[in-house]
Design a protein around this ligand. Structure first.
Ligand code: PHE
Length: 453
């Protein structure tokens, strides 16, 4: 067992790190499109419902659990009941898997950050991205076309991942977040303000928010809302349990959970405004409908946005640079949280020294990640991402809520967090964890399985 457990320097340091983990690619390139394509303003109903019935309750659970048992996810579960340790390895491994492709995407973003200076994606960013840059092969089995530039970008990210976690919780992760998170928020405010004041922005914002109430009746939209809340809040990944295990005795857990959740959701809402303002500008200046330019994920960040930056003229260079800095910063504060979630599990289990464990974890993740620097990288990424989102997070979230709700006893967590929190949580929280969250996650799981057939 690890002695002298590292601790956050302050509660603010912890909140910044937790928000840093939550705010990531999911907020910048997933949420805006999801909001737009799932009913616009009407999507806010399932989204807030998911936040209040699953996001915040599970965040309190994870914070309370980590804080009570002072261990990584497997260690905390083992301390609650020896038989549950294996369950804690799932989220830790899940984090490691996400980390391999997440870091590869950040490696692309680093390349694009460099490209932004000269806008080297040229007149056809689509052909550039899939052809010249990724060298996408014709099938998932064709690994040819190794890309040294992508590999170099990934190497930078992995070096950062390693260096930060090597320096520990307060000396590495906290310091990183103290600098990057405020900078990231500042840049996002600038991008959003400019985005919503661009000519044509109103077209994008109208499209984004016009509510389509019929979508609220579609179960798929509800599943998407819950999926987004889980991924975006870094829940069921072992991250929040691990981070809260480094908190001092007296920390307001309930307040911290609310703060993290609202900061994350505020950030993604702001990102949605900025992204759709920019897309409105693009659609208007090209004389096309917003449907034609609205994209998410890699298509948004590496194809549509570069096009917009070129359209913006000289200012586009600055915007391109700011946008990719934003992606890299947001991603880095998330990726270190995944390294930490896995490494701390190994440190607790073996009692080995942090520096050794972090080094071995980083080398393994880096080596596995090289597959994403090959011609079939994007195909593999899509497959892994699909399984993690449809099953990994759902099954683990379900197991977590069911175990605490039905076997461990929600009251034990409630009795632990209430005396140290200004605003106590009531029985409503127990009901969420016992009934609502597991029922919804079980439904999601069944629906995802049906969709597979
Ligand atoms: N929450 C991060 C995002 O929105 C992703 C993440 C998932 C981070 C799991 C840590 C663990 O991009």
């Amino acid at each position: 067992m690890a002695q002298n457990r590292d601790q956050w320097g302050s509660k603010l340091g912890f909140i910044l790190a937790a928000v840093g983990s939550a705010v990531g690619l999911g907020n910048i390139w997933r949420y805006p499109y999801l909001l737009y394509s799932s009913g616009g303003g009407a999507f806010l109903v399932p989204y807030f419902f998911a936040l209040l019935t699953a996001g915040i309750p599970l965040m309190i659970l994870e914070y309370g659990f980590g804080h009570k048992f002072k261990g990584s996810t497997p260690m905390s579960l083992a301390r609650a009941n020896k038989k549950w340790e294996w369950l804690g390895w799932w989220p830790s491994l899940n984090s490691l898997v996400i980390l391999t492709y997440y870091s590869a995407i950040l490696g692309w973003a680093i390349n694009y950050l460099v490209f932004s200076f000269t806008q080297s994606w040229g007149a056809d960013p689509n052909a550039f991205f899939f052809g010249e840059f990724l060298n996408l092969s014709d099938s998932v089995f064709n690994f040819g076309g190794f890309r040294p530039a992508i590999f170099a970008g990934m190497s930078v990210i992995w070096l950062c991942n390693w260096f930060i976690c090597y320096r520990g919780v307060s000396g590495g992760i906290e310091k990183l977040n103290r600098v990057l998170l405020p900078t990231l928020i500042g840049i996002m405010v600038v991008i959003t303000l400019r985005g919503v004041t661009l000519p044509g922005a109103a077209v994008g914002l109208n499209k984004l928010f016009t509510p389509d109430w019929s979508r609220v009746l579609d179960p798929k939209v509800w599943i998407a809302a819950y999926g987004q809340i889980f991924f975006s809040l870094s829940l069921a990944m072992g991250v929040m349990i691990t981070y809260s295990s480094y908190l001092p005795e007296k920390t307001d857990i309930n307040n911290s959970a609310f703060m993290t959740a609202f900061a994350n959701c505020g950030f993604e809402f702001m990102a949605a405004l900025g992204v759709f303002g920019i897309l409105g500008f693009m659609a208007t200046s090209q004389g096309v409908a917003i449907e034609e330019v609205a994209k998410q994920g890699v298509g948004l960040a590496f194809v549509v946005f570069p096009k917009v930056f070129t359209l913006m003229g000289p200012l586009g260079k600055i915007f391109g640079i700011l946008f990719f800095v934003c992606l890299v910063f947001a991603g880095l504060t998330s990726s270190v949280s995944m390294v930490e979630a896995f490494s701390s599990a190994v440190i607790d289990k073996t009692g080995a020294n942090r520096k050794k464990v972090v080094t071995v974890t980083a080398i393994c993740g880096y080596l596995v990640g090289t597959v994403f620097a090959t011609g079939s990288g994007l195909y593999i990424l899509d497959i892994v991402d699909h399984f993690i989102n449809s099953y990994g997070i759902v099954v683990i979230g379900l197991a977590e809520a069911a175990i605490v709700g039905w076997l461990f006893g929600t009251h034990k967590i409630r009795e632990h967090v209430n005396p140290i929190s200004i605003y106590p949580i009531g029985k409503w929280w127990d009901r969420m964890i016992k009934y609502v969250t597991p029922a919804i996650l079980a439904y999601m799981l069944v629906q995802n399985l049906i969709a597979e057939i």
